[in-house]
Design a protein around this ligand. Structure first.
Ligand code: PLP
Length: 434
């Protein structure tokens, strides 16, 4: 499969190049030239397949031309050493739990798959590849844990000092080996600027091989489609074949875009809901047709605090920039922190289901919009314990149990490289390590 850029001046790029580069030379995002559909019969028996088996079938559609089936199967099975169950919350609303991976957030699938795919492409390669990733919390842990111990790759996680939760910080600062955490005296935007500037710096590029592991990378973003096929299969397994509505808590819109790919591949999803917090750029776009990015504001659903969602370029490209066509596929909802708190509390007390602040936005949107004959699935993108302080305060019930996987991270020793937000200092540091 060849890839082209959403800015349309680059095309015919191989999967290997798209993954190693991250972003196209014209600064656009890579898109596959074709999206291959499944025959309708596939969906009639999909519920007989496990999450891992479904993922392999979907992966073949994306990567089957580039990677022999046996190798691809190994990549998928190594990635998915965890499950993706569905939980019944009330009447016709279900939670698809995407947080059963090692760092308890949905980015594990993309982080782990990308690490393995890059490792696969770099076999026998002498040169070290350096992965730079800026994080406001969850991306860093998923990427770092995905790449831990992968030969030939070194990961630099840049994060804003004092602005991530202790649990999040422990998940990428305690690993050692090929993972270096850089504690930047600045904001998330500063971290992102350092990474972006590094990709454009000719001297760095001539001395080091650099790539990005943010969701602009096709290897991180496409595997998220596995989740949507699994949602359909697990509902069908329960005999539910009503019209499916999927609500997605959205920030950079990588996850939702992967769902749109699934629909283009024939997956019977009636419509999507894009749930936002107060960073409601796409919500406004859906209403007005105007895309107006602006600086992000901090909310209690912080993984969705994005003011210029990078994958929006992919959505525009998928629907030929037609506002009408995009509106036909999805509706937008937005919630304030106060509303999110209400939802977490209500759902917990009424139905005994604890959502995290991100999943809560998507739950609420379903509650407001589901019609008779529809069944709704919201993506529960993180385990609530990743946001213990917020969630404990909201439900007023003492401690949320820390799952064993998280408790293990908390025991590790934090190790970081402190740096200023000055690019020259970052560059000097990287060059000294080359
Ligand atoms: C990253 C993240 C999101 C947003 O996903 P996008 O693909 O960026 O839209 C939502 N919830 C959680 C918990 C996340 O970590």
């Amino acid at each position: 499969m060849k890839y082209y850029s959403t800015n349309k001046t680059v095309s015919g790029i191989s999967l290997k190049e798209a993954v190693t580069k991250g972003l196209a030379d014209d600064k656009g995002l890579f898109m596959p030239e074709r999206i291959e559909a499944f025959p309708p019969s596939f969906f009639e028996t999909i519920h007989q397949l496990s999450f891992q088996e479904i993922a392999f079938e979907v992966a073949k559609k994306f990567f089957g031309e580039d990677i022999p089936n046996d190798d691809l199967k190994t990549l998928v099975d190594d990635t998915l050493n965890f499950d993706c169950p569905i939980a019944h919350v009330n009447d016709n609303i279900f939670a698809l739990e995407l947080w059963h991976g090692p760092t308890l957030a949905f980015k594990d699938v993309g982080g782990r798959f990308m690490a393995r795919l890059l490792g696969y492409f770099l076999q026998g390669n002498e040169e070290q590849v350096n992965v730079l990733v800026a994080t406001s919390g969850d991306t860093g842990s998923a990427v770092a844990n995905g790449f831990l111990g992968v030969p030939g790759i070194h990961v630099y996680v840049l994060y804003p000092k004092g602005l991530v939760s202790e649990i999040q910080e422990k998940q990428f600062t305690t690993l050692g080996q090929n993972i270096t955490a850089i504690e930047v005296d600045g904001t998330f935007d500063d971290c992102q600027r350092l990474v972006k500037t590094a990709f454009l710096d000719e001297e760095l590029k001539s001395q080091l091989t650099l790539t990005s592991a943010n969701s602009i990378n096709v290897a991180r973003f496409l595997p998220q489609a596995f989740y949507y096929f699994n949602a359909y299969a697990r509902l069908r397994e329960r005999g539910l074949t009503e019209d499916l509505v999927v609500a997605v808590p959205s920030g950079n819109f990588g996850n939702l875009t992967a769902g749109l790919f699934g629909k283009k591949m024939g997956l019977p999803i009636k419509r999507f809901i894009a749930a936002n917090n107060e960073n409601d750029i796409v919500y406004n776009y859906l209403k007005t047709g105007q895309y107006e990015p602006r600086p992000s504001v901090a909310t209690i659903a912080n993984a969705m605090d994005v003011g210029d969602p990078s994958n929006f370029a992919r959505i525009l490209d998928l629907y030929d920039h037609s506002h009408e066509a995009i509106k036909a596929e999805m509706t937008g909802y937005r919630y304030s922190d106060a509303e999110i708190r209400e939802v977490v509390k209500d759902v917990y007390h009424k139905y005994g289901y604890l959502t995290d602040p991100h999943g809560a936005t998507a739950y609420k949107a379903l509650e407001e919009s589901l019609q008779d004959g529809e069944v709704g699935v919201f993506l529960e993108t993180a385990h609530p314990a990743k946001f213990t302080e917020t969630v404990e305060k909201i439900i007023g019930l003492g401690k949320v149990n820390l799952p064993e996987k998280l408790a293990a991270f908390m025991k590790g020793e934090k190790q970081t490289v402190p740096l200023s937000k000055d690019f020259e200092a970052f560059k000097k540091y990287l060059l000294a390590r080359s």
